[in-house]
Design a protein around this ligand. Sequence first.
Ligand SMILES: [Zn+2]
Length: 243
Amino acid sequence: MLMVRLLWDPLPDTLPPAGRRRFPRPRDLAASPICGAAPMSEQEQFDRRMRRAAVQALVQEAYRAAVAEQDSEHRPPAAFAQAWQAHLAGLLDQGSPDLPGWGPITVTGPDPDLAWSLFELASRARQDAIEHAKAAPSRRVQRGQQVPNFEFSIVSDGSSLGDVTYGICRSCGTGLLYKIGFPDEWQFCGLGCLALSQLEARHPDLTWYTTGQSRHARGFYDRYRQGSTSPWTARQHPCPHFG
Ligand SMILES: [Zn+2]
């Protein structure tokens, strides 16, 4: 996924201009020679790579801080991007932020420009990933029960953002949602609603039940049920066939 590559892969020598293309192609991110520049010595190249990696670490740290707040803040994508931006601004304002694993990073010269370019690209890539998320086909999974069980992933840009696991009993007309799991960084993006609406679309006319869930998942179900015509219930055993 582009956002992951931007944040965690070694940065190429040049970044595509922010805002020029909505969907940067992978080859746009490939290293390209800097035309007209004097050749850099090996030491200069090493120093440049280290500076770019340090700036990337700042953007990562700001991202992690925004993700860590999702547990309490529940920010949708636009608000999340603002929080990420605010954390990055806070780190840059420190002048010499101290990052775990890095120690103090002195922000100088072109570093803020690179940080903001990287932030723009990565936050846009996150938004694109959310907008283009789709449900992958359901696949059978074995859980040692009479009923058929399935799972499917919500995928975007070649990566899985989360999974849904469920079983259905056609003879009783019931469905049981075992688990809906999205990591913190992909919560509050509408992906859970996408997953549950797919569940109902793929297996219409079932009465859906849920198993005991975490506090957040329960809250999510409660909100989702308000907009769903499917009669979700909190009972643990929809019919004897689930065992
Ligand atoms: Zn049954």
